[in-house]
Write a protein that binds this ligand. Structure first.
Ligand SMILES: [Zn+2]
Length: 116
């Protein structure tokens, strides 16, 4: 089961079925799981991949953040043009329990929704 971990100063803005926790709870959450599902070698591989992926220097961190903002802006543009940012399908206005929202025409294949 995936666990999504946020630094303490991050705001969670997505909905997900995965466990979402803040970093201070990470160790406690990991310790809730006891079944061994990976080998020692896999563990080493994951560890070295994580080391390589960790964004340490300021410049690549800035690029990373800019990339996210750019993606977000592109998605917003697509939504305002009624195009699904996930699959490119048409977005149609649907009536929900809690008001109108835009949903992808390819539902249930694509579950993208956004509130107006
Ligand atoms: Zn879609």
């Amino acid at each position: 089961m995936p666990i999504i971990v946020f630094a303490i100063d991050a705001d969670l803005k997505v909905k997900t079925n995965a466990r979402v926790i803040y970093s201070v709870k990470l160790l406690k959450t990991i310790k809730e799981f006891s079944a061994e599902t990976i080998t020692e070698q896999q563990k080493e591989e994951i560890y070295s991949k994580l080391l390589a992926l960790n964004v340490r220097d300021k410049e690549s961190r800035t690029q990373h953040v800019e990339g996210i903002h750019k993606k977000k802006a592109e998605a917003a543009n697509q939504v305002s043009a009624n195009s699904c940012p996930k699959c490119g399908g048409e977005l149609i206005t649907r009536k929900g329990k809690y008001g109108d929202f835009k949903g992808c025409k390819n539902y249930p294949k694509c579950k993208f929704t956004i509130t107006n």
